[in-house]
Every structure is written in structure tokens, then in C-alpha cells.
Write a protein that binds this ligand. Structure first.
Ligand SMILES: NC(=O)c1ccc[n+]([C@@H]2O[C@H](COP(=O)([O-])OP(=O)(O)OC[C@H]3O[C@@H](n4cnc5c(N)ncnc54)[C@H](O)[C@@H]3O)[C@@H](O)[C@H]2O)c1
Length: 256
């Protein structure tokens, strides 16, 4: 799949890694529909980026909203070639708090609803829309990229909810690729390490500095541009399918 002229749908595209993906695609002649919360900066971003970008507000946890938003996104450029699912939340809580109270179930449920069910819901609608694409010479109709996290493999203290949601994203990538193979749609995932985005603002600066020191190399935060570059490679390299790629400078999370 070539980036120039393609139309991608990027959930969470108004901030952090999603915004980096939108920028990478537009820089290479692609077009992108930013799907993000109505309260996000998505509309302002799209206005600034011109004709190659559009914004469609959505809450990925609302199934009616998702169905309408994917339909609106598909009509923005007349097709969907790629979906990159970056929408996500992360907040840490221990299973049992310092005062002995169990973690509210709603905290766990919310992470699964946004990070896993919301991602799947957008993917099923986007995949159905991709089925209408004329296949390329190699039979390809589309690409789905799921953003997971290395916390899906090695969740730290406080990451039961977040780590479970991301383990779910890792687990669904191969079966989703197998399901959609007959349609000519590839499915890949990225498991980022410690990335420089607003999501990190909740963490203590010293803790972030320690995490970066645990990188094998280089000892810096990852950037939205690192993720954008990998998504571009996934689009261009049609032999990649059903795989989760760690983008983490070799970091293996410890207990935290
Ligand atoms: N920053 C990191 O270190 C890191 C590491 C590993 C994985 N990730 C994952 O990368 C993805 C992007 O995170 P980020 O760091 O760019 O964070 P971010 O907070 O900058 O961006 C997340 C985006 O998701 C949107 N979003 C949240 N809930 C939504 C909902 N219900 N419906 C629609 N949109 C919603 C937000 O509005 C925001 O624009 C997330 O899935 C996150 O878990 C981030």
C-alpha cells in the first residue's frame, strides 16, 4: 500500500502518538480523518492541516457513535485504506489501595471499554468499509494498526487494568489478521515503550527518567514521529501481517 493518495482513519488522532501518525501520513502525501472526542483538539488540528485532514468527533465507547463516525469518516475521502487505533486511556491503581479498599471495579472496566472494546468496535466497522475497496494488484484492500503497549506484556505495579486492556489488544491482533485475510486486509500492532506524549504527564518526572535509563539504547523517550514512521513502513511493506512490533528501545519493564 502506498501512502500518497491513501485515506487513513486515526483514532486518538488529536493528541500524542495519534497526532504523530496523522502528521507522518500527511507529510508523505496521505490523507487522514482524525477520530477523537468532541472535546479534543481534533477540529482545530484538521482546520490547520487543510484539505488532506478531516475531523469526526467520536467516543469509542459508544457503539452508535462509532457506527456513525466510521461511516462519516469513510465518506470524508470516499474510502478507508488504513485504520490506526491510538485512542486510549491510562491511569494507575493498585488492586488494593493503601487504605485497604479494593480498587473500584469501574476503573478496571473503563480501561477495557476504551482500550479494548472501543478499539475492536472501530476496527469491525472500518474493516467492513475496507471490504468495498477494489483490491490492489496483490489483492490488498486495507491495513489495520492496533496500538498496544509493552505494559500488555510486563505491566507494572498499578497497571492491572491498563495492562489487561493492552494484553487484549495484543491477543486480538493475530486472530483479527486471520479473519480478515480472506478480504485482503492486514492487521498489525505496535507495542510502544515510554513515549513523549501528554499521557506521560500523569507520571512523576524522576520515574520517567528512570524508565528511560532502563532502555537498552537509545536512552531517550520515544516520539510520536517514531510511531508515525513505523505505521508508514507497515503500509509500504505488504509482507508484514499478524505481528506485534515492540517499539521500545529494548526496554523490559520491571515491577515499577
Ligand atoms: N505515551 C506512552 O508512553 C504510551 C506507551 C505505550 C502505549 N501507549 C498507547 O498509545 C496510545 C496513544 O496514547 P498517547 O500517549 O498518545 O496519549 P494521549 O493522551 O496523548 O492521546 C490519547 C488520545 O485518545 C483519545 N481518547 C481517549 N478516550 C477516548 C474515547 N473514549 N473516544 C475517543 N478518543 C478517546 C484522547 O482524547 C486523546 O486524544 C494509547 O492507546 C496508549 O495506551 C502510549
Amino acid at each position: 500500500m502506498q501512502v500518497p493518495g491513501s485515506a487513513a482513519l486515526v483514532t486518538g488522532g488529536a493528541s500524542g502518538l495519534g497526532a504523530g501518525v496523522v502528521k507522518a501520513l500527511l507529510d508523505r502525501g496521505g490523507r487522514a480523518v482524525i477520530l477523537d472526542l468532541p472535546s479534543s483538539a481534533g477540529q482545530a488540528m484538521a482546520d490547520q492541516m487543510g484539505d488532506a485532514a478531516a475531523f469526526v468527533p467520536v467516543d469509542v465507547t459508544d457503539p452508535d457513535d462509532v457506527a456513525q463516525a466510521v461511516a462519516a469518516a469513510a465518506s470524508a475521502f470516499g474510502r478507508i485504506d488504513a485504520l490506526v487505533s491510538c485512542a486510549g486511556i491510562s491511569s494507575g491503581r493498585r488492586v488494593v489501595a493503601r487504605d485497604g479498599a479494593p480498587n473500584p471495579l469501574e476503573h478496571f472496566r473503563r480501561h477495557i471499554e476504551v482500550n479494548l472494546i472501543g478499539l475492536f468496535d472501530v476496527a469491525r466497522h472500518a474493516a467492513a468499509a475496507m471490504c468495498a475497496n477494489e483490491p490492489s494488484a496483490d489483492g490488498e484492500r486495507g491495513l489495520i494498526v492496533n496500538i498496544a503497549s509493552i505494559a500488555g506484556y510486563e505491566g507494572q505495579v498499578g497497571q492491572s487494568a491498563y495492562g489487561s486492556s493492552k494484553a487484549g489488544v495484543i491477543g486480538l491482533t493475530l486472530p483479527m489478521a486471520r479473519d480478515l485475510a480472506v478480504r485482503g486486509i492486514r492487521v498489525m500492532a505496535i507495542a510502544p515503550g515510554t513515549m513523549d506524549t501528554p499521557m506521560l504527564a500523569a507520571l512523576n518526572e524522576d520515574f520517567i527518567a528512570e524508565l528511560v535509563q532502563d532502555n537498552v539504547f537509545p536512552h531517550r523517550l520515544g516520539t510520536p514521529g517514531d510511531v508515525g514512521a513505523l505505521v508508514v513502513h507497515f503500509m509500504e511493506n505488504a509482507f508484514l501481517n499478524g505481528e506485534v512490533v515492540r517499539l521500545d528501545a529494548g526496554l523490559r519493564l520491571t515491577s515499577g
